[in-house]
Ligand binder design. Structure first.
Ligand code: ADP
Ligand code: MG
Length: 279
């Protein structure tokens, strides 16, 4: 990926609010001043307690909902001034929900082809692309199965393939493993990781599951409609810290051995930083 591509922002949110209801006593500030950015190709998790605004945030990013105030740009387009949100959604974002929402009377292949309608592709081309997408998510040869003939994990993989139908710059997933057993959830996460690493698709995934979140690169923690914390996962900084922890100095610090030249406060600060690695 080129430098400029990496620096490009897929999501730029500034002071987003979303208020439901308008009665003074009943208004709910589902989003209460959310600002953050996602770079092209980033893999981000959103965590936080139920009702903290995670789904609202995802819906605003994906233009399924409009913010009450604030600015949101996705893939360079300002959603507050954009007229045709339907066409924006079809071109730019792919959604995966907790419940797969597949059409039960259509085959897996046909489900993946649904969002391609209106994109000006011939039927044969649609079929070919859908077949490739089902291979990509690890379901070769399952194109003719109905959703009811697939396992929960397989259905969710079809839903991912469908979300990719129009090659979106951004994939949004709202608790995609929430309804799956841990083995299927693990497989579905594997698909997201592969998409991310091989195709550089930016992914934002809402999850309750820490093990899921830790497979992304950055975790945004929400509470009461705000992002209260941001954690980097497995990034260059962590790698550098690991190298430090393995060093002679790191070993001494971890073993509580006094180190000449470090004050008590400095010693403590080093130990606290290294302790983050062991959490
Ligand atoms: P999360 O996905 O983190 O569980 P949500 O974004 O679904 O949270 O909801 C955030 C807050 O907004 C909650 O208090 C919820 O009850 C409220 N809310 C969400 N959708 C609506 C709606 N359509 N009408 C009124 N309140 C809503
Ligand atoms: Mg939710």
């Amino acid at each position: 990926m080129e430098q400029s591509e990496q620096a490009r922002l897929v999501v730029e949110a500034r002071e987003l609010t979303r208020v439901y209801g308008n009665g003074a006593g009943t208004a709910v500030r589902a989003l209460d001043g959310v600002s953050f950015q996602v770079r092209a190709g980033e893999f981000v998790a959103v965590m936080g307690p139920s009702g903290s605004g995670k789904s609202t945030l995802l819906n605003v990013i994906g233009a399924l909902d409009r913010p009450t105030s604030g600015q949101i740009r996705v893939n360079g387009e300002d959603l507050s001034t954009l007229r045709d949100l339907d066409s924006f959604r079809a071109r730019t974002v792919g959604f995966v929900f907790q419940l797969h929402n597949l059409i039960p009377t259509l085959t897996a292949l046909e489900n993946v082809m649904v969002p391609m309608q209106g994109a000006g592709l011939s039927g044969a081309l649609q079929r070919r692309r859908a077949t490739e997408l089902l291979e990509l998510v690890g379901l070769p040869g399952r194109g003719h199965h109905l959703p009811g003939q697939l396992s929960g994990g397989q259905r969710q993989k079809v839903a991912i393939a469908r979300a990719l139908a129009n090659r979106p710059a951004l994939l949004l997933a709202d608790e995609p493993t929430g309804n799956l057993d841990s083995v299927s959830g693990d497989e579905v996460m594997g698909v997201f990781e592969q998409l991310h690493s091989e195709y550089g698709t930016a992914i934002i995934i809402v999850t309750h599951d820490v093990t899921v979140a830790r497979r992304t690169h950055r975790i945004l923690m929400m509470q009461d409609g705000r992002i209260i914390r941001e954690d980097l996962v497995g990034d260059a900084c962590t790698e550098a810290l690991k190298a430090l922890a393995r060093s002679e100095l790191g070993q001494a610090l971890r073993a509580n051995v006094p180190v000449a030249g470090l004050s008590g406060a400095e010693y403590l600060a080093f130990r606290q930083v290294l302790a983050r690695l062991e959490e």
